[in-house]
Design a protein around this ligand. Structure first.
Ligand SMILES: NC(=O)c1ccc[n+]([C@@H]2O[C@H](COP(=O)([O-])OP(=O)(O)OC[C@H]3O[C@@H](n4cnc5c(N)ncnc54)[C@H](O)[C@@H]3O)[C@@H](O)[C@H]2O)c1
Length: 452
């Protein structure tokens, strides 16, 4: 098939490249000329494991191309994919201006019958609104919903081996075309969910909010652990081993971040408000997440007996490992809170450092090497559980840090609960995890942290 993908971001780039690897002829279009120039130059504008090789292979094979101008061949596509951003507006509702701008372009250029596939995360009713908007196109265009579930850091593998693909289409013809498109992925049984566009749109928000609720609930419990003396690792194990609940996505941490959970939970709440239905659970998940961010800032402040004038190092700027995406990352929230309280902040991240430095300008320093970021700091806060942070040299950390007060050992705040407190303490450092006592028993279950 001949396919056009609008948006060369995390979703559009992975989807377009994946589809070209399945043998389709794909053009990825983006309004950002710098992004496209980079891609045409063989440089990849985002960090996503495995993506660069896949792009280069399909570019060489002539199946994948990139454009920031609308080429003549644009009008002869079998399907147009919309994969542009839907950021939150001031009231939390999804801003659909980019989606609608793309719809207008498609209506203007399409010269043959085609599908318009909405991959962007959009509120219920958007496909119908797009359908009405492009009704004036001179050729039949059917709008279908096909929400994206990829996880940044694992996106390529998620494209080829998705848990499921959801398709919301009204006509049998459209459903059949998408079945054919995804046929090489060999999705058997319930792994291909075919429904109407409105249900499909809601499935995406429901999935992200369900996951966000799990994290927020564990984060609330972690705060209760701090005041009651319970241990969140044991709680997670004891709760998660119930097969009805399961152990995944039950990690306490610095609060969820990224370009999806915070915005999608709020968009679902806004969607409810627009329809007169109060989405109390979504609202509570969001509120609990905000509280977790304040809780972490307060935890650091209390442990250092005030952060004003103190230097604090953050390890991890990305909202999770294996990505350079810092949108809504816990590191942004914590760095902002610490700077507001008068602290000096130094940061490191294996991939997201440049994005973090760009975000904060000269308000903080971002170092290339993680140990260099520690020199002279009073505390280290681990925010992203990158593999390279999992087994650090604690003696080296101790050498680089300085005591926060006379006779008080430098502080390690493990906001992902990935380090063994005993090891940290042995190196002469103080340890503080999330939902665990400062000196937890050495024999607690070793089921440790992962991305939230
Ligand atoms: N990032 C994720 O992990 C993820 C996962 C699932 C779903 N989603 C959803 O997919 C959508 C895209 O997310 P993303 O993270 O890829 O966004 P992104 O910000 O990385 O990329 C969006 C791209 O669209 C381009 N763009 C904007 N207006 C355009 C236009 N009129 N024509 C062509 N290109 C245009 C931008 O220049 C940008 O490159 C969002 O709705 C998001 O919620 C994202």
């Amino acid at each position: 098939m001949r396919l056009v993908v609008f948006g060369a971001g995390y979703v559009g780039l992975v989807t377009g490249t994946g589809l070209s690897d399945l043998g389709h002829d794909v053009l990825v279009y983006d309004i950002d000329p710098d992004k496209i120039a980079k891609l045409n130059d063989g440089r990849i504008p985002i960090y996503e494991p495995g993506l660069a090789d896949l792009i280069h292979r399909n570019q060489r094979g002539g199946r994948l191309s990139f454009a920031s101008e609308i080429p003549a061949s644009f009008d002869r596509a079998d399907a147009y994919f919309i994969a542009v951003g839907t950021p939150p507006g001031p009231d939390g509702s999804a801003d659909l201006s980019a989606v609608m701008a793309v719809a207008d372009t498609i209506a203007r250029v399409a010269k043959q019958q085609a599908l318009v596939v909405v991959k962007s995360t959009v509120p219920v009713g958007t496909c119908d609104a797009v359908q009405a908007r492009i009704g004036h196109a001179g050729v039949p265009l059917e709008v279908v919903s096909n929400p994206e579930f990829l996880k940044e850091g694992d996106a390529v593998s998620d494209f080829f081996k998705p848990d499921r693909v959801v398709v919301g289409a009204r006509s049998e013809e459209a459903r059949q075309l998408l079945r054919e498109l995804y046929a090489p992925l060999q999705l058997s049984g319930e792994r291909l969910v075919i429904t109407d566009p409105r249900s499909s749109e809601l499935i995406k928000y429901a999935s992200n909010t369900m996951l966000a609720v799990r994290i927020s609930f564990m984060n609330e419990l972690s705060r209760l652990c701090h005041t009651t003396g319970a241990d969140i690792h044991s709680v997670r194990l004891g709760v998660g081993t119930d097969s009805r609940i399961g152990k995944k996505f039950l990690y306490a941490g610095p609060g969820y971040g990224g370009s999806c959970f915070p915005k999608d939970v709020q968009a679902l709440a806004a969607l409810g408000r627009a329809h007169g239905v109060q989405m109390r659970v979504a609202e509570a998940a969001h509120a609990a997440n905000e509280e977790q961010a304040s809780f972490l800032a307060q935890l650091v402040d209390t442990a250092l007996d005030g952060v004003k004038g103190k230097q604090i190092t953050l390890w991890g700027c990305a909202f999770k490992p294996e990505t350079d995406d810092i949108r809504e990352s816990p590191a942004i929230r914590l760095a902002t809170a610490l700077l507001e309280r008068g602290a000096v902040v130094v940061a490191h991240d294996p991939e997201a450092g440049p994005n973090f430095a760009k975000h904060f300008g000269n308000k903080l320093k971002v170092m290339d090497r993680n140990y260099d970021a520690l020199d002279g700091s009073h505390a280290l806060v681990l925010l992203t559980e990158w593999r390279s942070y999992r087994a650090p040299n604690f003696a080296e950390i101790k050498r680089r840090l300085q005591p926060s007060a006379k006779g008080v050992a430098p502080l390690l705040v493990d906001a992902r609960n990935i380090w063994r407190p005993a090891e940290v303490l042995r190196a002469g450092l103080r340890y503080q995890g999330i939902g665990v006592a400062t000196h937890p028993p050495a024999d607690r279950p070793s089921t440790r942290g992962s991305t939230a």
